[in-house]
Structures are given as structure tokens and as C-alpha cells.
Design a protein around this ligand. Structure first.
Ligand code: ASN
Ligand code: ZN
Length: 318
């Protein structure tokens, strides 16, 4: 220090500040409290109100008598943990946003959803189509990921960008489950919603491994030539998501090992890439995954090759 003139010292300090501004915000020192979720679970008591009902469990509080409350709380925790441990993301907005779950929404309500305004709603199911939706770790991960997507690429919820929005939720929902269970890509079953289906929809809502085979009503395509043109479901967002879902599966199993470290990292890099536009097509998304694979793992890496082959496999040009 004594060998530096004041001027040199100032220049060093300036260089440090300049260097720091080049670093991505996520790479800066974590905020105080980062690494811990801030969960609140509300009981809607079967109402269909869109505002939170009775607060029944908040962060750090012990389990309560209501199983749905604890399942939502725990599955939010596992979802937060994947995002924090693997992608260094602090909650839905990467700024520690409170995670709010509203359980017992409606009566026999056969769905769970993100409302776009910070709340995740969970129905109890009618017992035939669906059972308690809080039980599905991948389902809870799916809904929370809708919030992540809203804060990142904000993929428009219709047509191809809507199917990408849906697919990203399935991808990270599945990864939350795989990370929690410690399963490699080849050990995972790649089903979505297996823990919340009743006998009518058994064995699952969707299959990333074999789209179109998850249950008796499943009509998901696995390849672009089978893309379903429809005006229902915002242009088939829950149907055509089978195509990018299957691309992710193909990439993950070709690479094998822990999917969250390879294909998952590539998809996360893509979701958070400012080049991913809200109206992205499958092709635009696929091209960005290839770009992400090359920049993170190398242009001739096994990961980049697997990603290229995956999109070829679902007949999407990248
Ligand atoms: N469970 C559905 C979903 O998260 C609800 C919806 O159709 N938006 O995709
Ligand atoms: Zn969804």
C-alpha cells in the first residue's frame, strides 16, 4: 500500500468500481436473508376469493394439523432450494419475494395456478380427476416457476410462447423433484403430476419422456409436425408444451447425470437471457438454448451436441 501514490490508489479504486459494474447483479454479494425463503400459507376455506384468506403458517413456524398447508409449505421450500442452491436465485424475483400459497381454493377444485400477482392457488381436487394439488412437488415447482418466468422472459401465454411458458414450468417442476429425490436423468420418470392424479387421470398429467401417453386424455405431441392448432387453452399451451418438454428430456438423458447441472443450467441461462423475447417461438428458444450450451460448456461440448440433437429430435429448427 505504501508504494502506491494516492493517485494510483484512486485509479485502483476506480478500476474496482468499474469492474464491479460489469458483474451481473446475481453475482454480487447476496442480500441479507438470501438463502432462506419467506413462505406464507393461507387457508381459503373453499372460497374462490382471489385475495389471501386466513394466514395459517408463516416462515419458520412449526407444522400445523392441516396436511395441505404443510405440503404447500414444504414443496415451496424444495422449490426455493433448487433455485437457490443451483442457480443462485433468491426466490421468484431473485430479490427474496415472499412466497404465498393459498390452499383449499374452491370446492373440489381440479387445478392449481399462479395468478400473475404473487399468489399460488391450490385446489383440493374432486378425488376423481385430481386429488390435493399441494401434494405434488413438481406441481408446486410448476406454479412457482410461472412466477419466475413472469419476472424473466415473461413469455406471452398463448401459442408457441405460451407453450414455452408451460414447458419451462414443467422443466423446473420436474427438476425440483429430481433434485429433492437425488435422481439422475436416467433414474427420473419424467412424469408431471403423478402425485396428484385421481383414477381418471392416472398415472400422470403429462409425460416429458413420452408426451401423449400420460393418461387416457393426453393428446400432447412430441414433435413439431404434430403441433396442435386450436383456439382453446390459449392455443393449446398445455398441449404443445409436449414438444419443448420432450426436447429438454432428450437433451437431459443424452447428457445424463444430474439434469439440473447440465440441461437445467442451459434452460435456466436461456430463461434469464435478455435475448429471449416474450413472443419467442420454439425455434427462437431452441437457438438460445444452443447458444447457452455453447457458451457455458463449449461449442464442441457433449452438452452442446446433445442440445442440437434434442431439437432435431423434436423437429424444431435451431
Ligand atoms: N395448472 C395450470 C397451470 O399452471 C393452470 C392454468 O391453466 N394456467 O398451467
Ligand atoms: Zn402452468
Amino acid at each position: 500500500l505504501s508504494t502506491l501514490s494516492i493517485d494510483q490508489g484512486v485509479r485502483v479504486a476506480r478500476a474496482e468500481i468499474a469492474a464491479r459494474t460489469l458483474v451481473a447483479p446475481g453475482a454480487l454479494a447476496p442480500r441479507v436473508g438470501a438463502g432462506t425463503p419467506n413462505r406464507s400459507i393461507y387457508d381459503q376455506k373453499h372460497s374462490t376469493d382471489s385475495t389471501p384468506g386466513t394466514l395459517v403458517r408463516s416462515e419458520g413456524q412449526a407444522a400445523v394439523a392441516d396436511v395441505s398447508v404443510n405440503q404447500a409449505y414444504d414443496n415451496f421450500g424444495y422449490t426455493y432450494t433448487l433455485y437457490w442452491d443451483i442457480f443462485h436465485r433468491d426466490s421468484i424475483d431473485d430479490r427474496g419475494l415472499a412466497i404465498e400459497g393459498l390452499v383449499h381454493f374452491g370446492t373440489d377444485y381440479d387445478n392449481a395456478f399462479w395468478d400473475g400477482a404473487g399468489h399460488m392457488f391450490f385446489g383440493d381436487g374432486d378425488g376423481k380427476m385430481l386429488t390435493d394439488t399441494t401434494k405434488g412437488i413438481d406441481v408446486v415447482g410448476h406454479e412457482l416457476t410461472h412466477g419466475v418466468t413472469q419476472h424473466e422472459a415473461n413469455l406471452t401465454y398463448s401459442g408457441q410462447s405460451g407453450a414455452l411458458n408451460e414447458s419451462v414450468s414443467d422443466v423446473f417442476g420436474s427438476l425440483v423433484k429430481q433434485y429433492h429425490l437425488g435422481q439422475t436423468a436416467s433414474q427420473a420418470n419424467w412424469l408431471i403430476g403423478a402425485d396428484i392424479v385421481g383414477q381418471q387421470l392416472a398415472p400422470a398429467l403429462r409425460s416429458m419422456k413420452a408426451p401423449g401417453t400420460a393418461n387416457q386424455y393426453d393428446n400432447q405431441p412430441a414433435t413439431m409436425d404434430q403441433y396442435v392448432k386450436t383456439t382453446s387453452d390459449n392455443g393449446g399451451v398445455h398441449t404443445n408444451s409436449g414438444i419443448p418438454n420432450h426436447a429438454f428430456y432428450l437433451a437431459a438423458v443424452a447428457i445424463d447425470g444430474n439434469a439440473w447441472e447440465t440441461a437445467g443450467q442451459i434452460w435456466y441461462d436461456t430463461l434469464t437471457d435478455p435475448r429471449l423475447r416474450p413472443n419467442a417461438t420454439f425455434s427462437a428458444f431452441g437457438s438460445l438454448t444452443l447458444r447457452a450450451a455453447r457458451s457455458r460448456f463449449g461449442s464442441t461440448s457433449a452438452e452442446a451436441t446433445a442440445v442440437q440433437n434434442a431439437w432435431d429430435g423434436v423437429k424444431v429448427k435451431v
